[in-house]
Design a protein. Structure first.
Length: 501
């Protein structure tokens, strides 16, 4: 296997805590970077495509990630530093960095890539496929349903969230779902390299009679708040605010409002369903975690290490360090003290790790989200879930192993007494994409698509839940009294005779 990344990964949180944020330094007016850049990295034995995604957050930080498709590496954390036209990207987990210039107004990065045993020139250019997808989205035909930009308020967090509401044509009222995103700051479309997971789901479900609300995570896009300070529990309140907004809309049936979550979003939806008040009418979970948070992160670390060629001893050494880091954080509630201990542990285990990278990693590991997730066990509240649940997972999911996670969720949900339906989709990854060879061809190139089988499961299950959720008129409601039988033939008979003339 070609080795882009150093086998010594200190603590992989790929696909969960995801990406590293870095405040834009003062001094100069740096270009506002937002999008994806990719380029070829020459390594011994061949070339690898590097894809860097950078998203600006409303609090002045950047969120960034590295993808290496050939090695099935997704969302490896990247620290971003921009000053004037100078750019530094640090990938601490891989012991790598890029230093260069921002050129052509942000269309190109040119500089030097360094990693242990390799130093080479690298040019990253804005992803043409993503730009084409964005252009196609802007030029798309008017959809056969109503679409509006909306804003709603989370009274618990005191933040305003912005999103897009799509409502089927017709009089309604319609069943509705709010879409809840996976970990890491996501925009309302849950974009990944031009693949708009939530945009696809919203369009499909709305065309089939279900209203959909998708929204920017707090601190992302047009939503207020600070993502970096939020935990999974905080995101539950955002989902609850989304449901409250939907229940007040005139074309929505308030008793038919549910949640559809992806990854961590599935766990957020299940937590909301375990609350005693204002629970969703139904929950559809796409690749939610069944294992405790620290176990998920530990397994992901091992998967990443094996993918880049680490042997068993190296995997065990890295996972032992991970266990030390987590236990240190759990036993040190003071953030400053915890960061100091983590920096010491990281640098003592890898003398090549510089101070800025160790500090950035320590900040990430001691963040409110990480602290919460280390101790998060989905099983603790599954017995309290108050609505039917659909579980979908892909057998090729490297982030959330379908077998162990789905079985744990099913076991816990059985104790709730609610109806649970579960399906494992063969050959499907974490983003519910199938074999790339089966993707549809658009503009001469294959375009990632949500597997039709998964869409069909969602459609049939959600429409059935909506049908069953329609509340009958209670017997306590006063109804008009029927007319006396002796009097009823008179008026209809008169109308009938008149109609024959």
């Amino acid at each position: 296997m070609q080795k882009l990344l150093l086998f010594f990964l200190l603590c992989s949180l790929t696909g969960l805590s995801g990406l590293a944020a870095k405040r834009v330094p003062a001094g100069g007016t740096p270009p506002r970077l937002n999008g994806q850049w990719q380029g070829p990295l020459k390594v011994p034995g061949g070339t690898l495509t590097l894809i860097v995604t950078i998203v600006p957050l409303s609090n002045g930080t950047y969120y960034a990630a590295l993808d290496v498709p050939q090695q099935r590496i997704n969302r490896m954390p990247v620290e971003v530093e921009v000053k004037d036209d100078n750019l530094v990207l640090r990938i601490e987990q891989a012991g790598s960095r890029f230093e260069g210039k921002v050129l052509a107004g942000g269309e190109k990065f040119a500089g030097t890539w360094q990693q242990p045993g390799l130093k080479t020139d690298l040019v990253l250019e804005r992803n043409a496929a993503q730009a084409a997808a964005q252009a196609a989205q802007k030029l798309r035909l008017t959809p056969p349903y109503r679409e509006s930009e909306v804003t709603f308020y989370n009274p618990v967090a005191k933040v305003k969230l912005s999103g897009t509401l799509t409502v089927p044509s017709g009089e309604g009222p319609f069943a509705a779902v709010a879409l809840v995103s996976d970990s890491g700051p996501q925009d309302r479309n849950a974009d990944l390299q031009g693949y708009h997971l939530f945009g696809i789901l919203a369009d499909y479900l709305t065309r089939h009679g279900i209203a959909v609300l998708r929204y920017d995570d707090r601190g992302v896009g047009k939503s207020g708040g600070d993502f970096s300070r939020a935990t999974t529990a905080d995101f539950v309140t955002d989902a609850q605010a989304a449901m409250a907004f939907l229940r007040d809309r005139p074309l929505i049936a308030p008793q038919q409002v549910g949640l559809l979550g992806h990854g961590e979003g599935g766990n957020i939806a299940l937590l909301a369903a375990s609350e005693p008040l204002e629970a969703p009418a139904f929950v559809a979970s796409l690749a939610a975690y069944g294992q405790p948070g620290r176990d998920v992160l530990r397994r992901q670390q091992g998967e990443i290490l094996r993918l880049i060629g680490a042997d068993g001893a190296q995997v065990r050494a890295a996972q032992n360090l991970f266990d030390q880091l987590v236990e240190t954080i759990r036993q040190t509630p003071n953030p400053a003290a915890a960061r100091a201990k983590i920096i010491t542990l990281l640098r003592s285990s890898n003398t090549a790790l510089d101070e800025p990278m160790a500090r950035a990693r320590a900040v990430q590991l001691t963040s409110p989200w990480s602290r919460y997730f280390f101790d998060f066990d989905p099983a603790n509240r599954l017995a309290l879930v108050r609505c039917p649940v659909l579980l979908l997972n892909g057998s090729a999911d490297l982030q959330v192993a379908a077998g162990r996670n789905m079985s744990l969720l099913q076991k816990g949900l059985r104790q709730s007494g609610q109806a649970v339906q579960a399906h494992r989709l063969a050959g499907v990854n974490h983003w519910f994409q199938g074999d790339p060879e089966q993707w549809p061809i658009v503009g001469g190139e294959r375009q990632a698509a949500f597997v039709p089988e998964g869409l069909e499961y969602l459609r049939t299950w959600l429409l059935e839940r909506a049908r069953l959720a329609k509340a009958p008129v209670p017997v306590t409601v006063r109804r008009p009294a029927p007319r006396p039988k002796a009097a009823t033939p008179l008026r209809p008979r008169t109308r009938h005779i008149a109609s024959k003339k």
